[in-house]
Design a protein around this ligand. Structure first.
Ligand SMILES: Nc1ncnc2c1ncn2[C@@H]1O[C@H](COP(=O)(O)OP(=O)(O)OP(=O)(O)O)[C@@H](O)[C@H]1O
Ligand SMILES: [Mg+2]
Length: 378
């Protein structure tokens, strides 16, 4: 089993243990003697060292070697060294057994993390494959219902059939949106998504286009839409389709969860470090910190005080977060109940460029109301 960089290897755990002053070979040899044997050897060594020191002192100072005094030294040394050695042995054994327990726990934990990761990848791959398989028949259902609705090969006859076909097409589109969301999220989770087809594009133009798509819905809900882009000619290196989808997911949430008469503002500023900060701020229902956590998990939806009356599957926000992280950026949610929500997207400096010739950028151009929340921009 491979050791991941964020998890300590068992050798690191061993290295982190207090190192014994005695060499390893001696420690191993003493260990083999057992508790009593090792203690006896250590006490005997202490007594012999004391006797040796006494003999050496007597020889150097020219005094006569006293056997009686040596016996007294041996007795005192035995009395002092025995409890110390026994206690030290006990502590060392306890440390040793804790180290073994810690090592076993780390190994078990590593196995558990490894299998959880495998299970997660398998789940994501299964979802990605399933979603892919579901899209083909769904596209046929949508395509043929649209074709019959248009009476391409002749009249349908009964007007009620046309109504039913509209329902089939609408449900098909709704289901396709969900399947696409699951497919995108599971692809990112399985590490199969990339930003290979990234390109450089004008930030203001993309923000403007997203707002325009939201206009009909915001109009219907009587919500004002505002746009403020700080720098002219600000350009981003990213997958444009994903950036559009992130913006639409956030804007559709802002409109969905803001009561009539409210305001949704989309802004873009350069950070002091040279990154790009895009924010979608609304004056809507808002969330508590615990609800924000729920909102950021796949399929997580918050039961607002007014009860759930909004459609959706709970994939928009986690998908936007995953796509931002795929770009090396981040998504943060600041929200308070009754005060509104601000979702901030931070793109790193290496993805941001300024072109003096870019004339399409608009500066602080307030817009009134924008359009349809397409789930996915192909
Ligand atoms: N701007 C917001 N204001 C208040 N609540 C929000 C806001 N954005 C998201 N939420 C809460 O977070 C939940 C998750 O949002 P998310 O976009 O992931 O799913 P959704 O909008 O319910 O469905 P969909 O998959 O269609 O986007 C929402 O159901 C809502 O409860
Ligand atoms: Mg949403």
């Amino acid at each position: 089993m491979a050791t991941r960089p964020d998890q300590p290897a068992s050798s690191e755990i061993e290295a982190a243990q207090p190192q014994a002053a005695v060499p390893d070979a001696l420690t191993r040899w003493l260990g083999r003697l057992g508790y009593v044997g090792a203690s006896a050897v250590l006490v005997a060594t202490a007594v012999l060292l004391a006797l040796g020191a006494h003999a050496a002192f007597a020889a150097l100072s020219g005094e006569t070697y006293s056997l009686r005094f040596a016996a007294e030294i041996a007795a005192v040394m035995f009395a002092v060294a025995t409890p110390i050695v026994l206690y030290a042995q006990r502590v060392i054994r306890q440390l040793d057994s804790s180290r073994r327990v810690l090592k076993r726990m780390t190994e078990r934990l590593a196995v558990a993390v490894d299998s959880a990761e495998r299970a997660n990848v398998a789940k994501s791959q299964f979802l990605a494959n399933m979603s892919h398989e579901l899209r083909t028949p769904l596209n046929a259902i949508i395509g043929f219902s649209d074709l019959i609705q248009a009476e391409t090969f002749g009249p349908v006859g009964n007007a009620r059939y046309i109504e039913y076909l509209k329902d089939i097409s609408k449900s098909g589109h709704h289901l396709l949106g969900i399947v696409n969301g699951i497919l995108d999220l599971s692809k990112i989770e399985a590490g199969r998504a990339s930003v290979q087809d990234e390109e450089e594009f004008n930030v203001a133009a993309v923000l403007d286009a997203s707002l325009r798509m939201m206009r009909p819905l915001a109009d219907r809900e009587k919500i004002a839409l505002e746009l403020a882009v700080e720098a002219r000619g600000l350009r981003l290196v990213a997958v444009e389709r994903m950036v559009c989808q992130i913006l639409l997911n956030l804007l559709s949430n802002a409109v969905k969860f803001t009561p009539a008469g409210g305001r949704v503002a989309l802004s873009a500023v350069r950070t002091p470090e040279g990154g790009l900060l895009v924010a979608v701020a609304d004056t809507g229902l808002g969330m508590t910190p615990a609800e924000v956590k729920i909102a950021l998990t796949p399929f997580g939806q918050v039961q607002s005080a007014q009860g759930r009356k909004h459609l959706g599957t709970g994939l928009g926000l986690p998908l936007a977060k995953a796509m931002m992280e795929l770009h090396g950026g981040s998504l943060r949610v600041a929200s308070a109940p009754g005060q509104g929500t601000t979702v901030s997207l931070l793109f790193p400096p290496e993805r941001v460029a300024i072109r003096a010739d870019a004339g399409e950028a608009r500066e602080a151009a307030p817009q009134q109301n924008a359009g349809d929340p397409a789930r996915r921009v192909a």
